[in-house]
Design a protein around this ligand. Structure first.
Ligand code: F6R
Length: 364
């Protein structure tokens, strides 16, 4: 049932404040500002390496988690696309933890990689939405994301719920490894617990995003730029746009712009810049200025302070709440989802059933 929404995708975008709240409630204790993890079948103090494996949007969640786990838990992390991992000769560390991220829990390549890692003696964990899925059954340990059924083929709420679980794991591992002290744990848990209400604020920009999308619908190519944990959000924004509006889009790490893609830039290529306030803000802005100097038309997503001196140079801007850097990928996922959604609606494509795509890819 789509409720009063025109598409499942829109309904699922709007569900995010609620479902992310539900997900977080099983991984954090908001009163005492602590992470609560179920009994783990491995000891985060002794794991030598974390290998994160997934496909598509779930892979972008893994990319975000690499930054978090390295930063907060000081564990080396590898991220891999399942279809690449399984046909390489990956060298796995003894005492490694392999984590498989999948909404469906059935994606063939991810499942094959899971079986490979299990056979190779890794501890295997699955972060899934479907609790009775094959991956959930075969993993040593399951971390459910509690997003509820996702009907739209393009993943939305599963992504932010995956990020919520991964954030809790990164903090939880850090606490157990003592790379995070009690006060940092409290700060981070507080930041996560505010995400649902901040997401609800972000959804108020729906109409403005719809207006921007009317322009975007005329583009042939769109670039998305971000740094750090917002680089995977640029990739996710580009994937969403490709999938449902069929407009060619590319996500780039903002610092890579001058190593090639800057050659593409002219007035006809809109550039979505994801630039929350934080340690990387100035760097991203300087990449944005390089693009604007070459005629690039920028759609800038930042917070009030970030937009203060920079919104004039952008063609359009979206003001998001100012939050802790750990919360930015969770929040900035929403405007890129909505931008893709409205662009597709504007073009008249089949949003919930994009051509050539299936919800669950059970062939290799
Ligand atoms: C993108 C999308 C796909 C899936 C991918 C993995 O919107 O939905 O890229 O993310 O097929 O699917 P799961 O997470 O079920 O393994």
């Amino acid at each position: 049932d789509k409720g009063n929404h025109r598409h499942f995708m829109l309904k699922e975008i709007y569900e995010q404040p609620t479902v992310v709240g539900q997900t977080l409630s099983s991984y954090i204790d908001p009163l005492n500002l602590r992470i609560v993890l179920q009994d783990l079948c491995f000891d985060p103090k002794t794991i030598s390496r974390v290998t994160l494996i997934a496909c598509g949007t779930s892979y972008y969640a893994a990319m975000v988690a690499k930054y978090w786990i390295e930063h907060y838990a000081h564990i080396p992390v590898d991220v891999d696309i399942a279809s690449e991992f399984r046909y390489r000769a990956p060298v796995l560390s003894q005492g490694g933890l392999a984590v498989f991220i999948s909404q469906s829990g059935e994606t063939a390549d991810t499942l094959a990689a899971l079986r490979h890692c299990k056979q190779a003696g890794q501890t295997v964990a699955a972060i899934v939405n479907v609790p009775e899925s094959t991956m959930a059954r075969e993993a040593d340990m399951v971390f459910p994301i509690h997003a509820g059924p996702e009907i739209g083929v393009a993943s939305t709420k599963a992504f932010t719920c995956q990020l919520s679980v991964l954030a809790a794991l990164a903090i939880g591992f850090g606490v157990l490894r003592k790379t995070i002290d009690r006060s940092l744990e409290a700060t981070l848990v507080q930041a996560l617990s505010e995400v649902p209400s901040r997401m609800a604020e972000v959804l108020h920009h729906d109409e403005k995003l719809r207006d921007i999308a009317a322009d975007l619908a005329n583009a042939r190519d769109v670039l998305y730029l971000g740094r750090g944990t917002d680089y995977p959000i640029a990739l996710e924004g580009a994937l969403k746009l490709k999938e449902i509006s069929y407009i060619h889009a590319e996500g780039y790490a903002a610092g890579e712009l001058k190593h090639g893609p800057i050659a593409l830039i002219d007035q006809a290529v809109p550039i979505v810049v994801i630039a929350p306030m934080g340690p990387l803000f100035e760097k991203t802005v300087s990449n944005m200025e390089e693009a604007i100097a070459r005629g690039g038309k920028v759609i800038l997503m930042s917070c009030k302070d970030g937009l203060k001196n920079h919104s004039d140079m952008a063609m359009a801007s979206i003001e998001l709440p100012q939050v802790h850097p750990m919360a930015t990928p969770l929040l900035y996922a929403l405007p890129v989802q909505l931008l893709a959604y409205h662009t597709a609606v504007h073009k008249g494509t089949d949003v919930d059933q994009p051509r050539n795509l299936a919800k669950s890819v059970t062939v290799e």
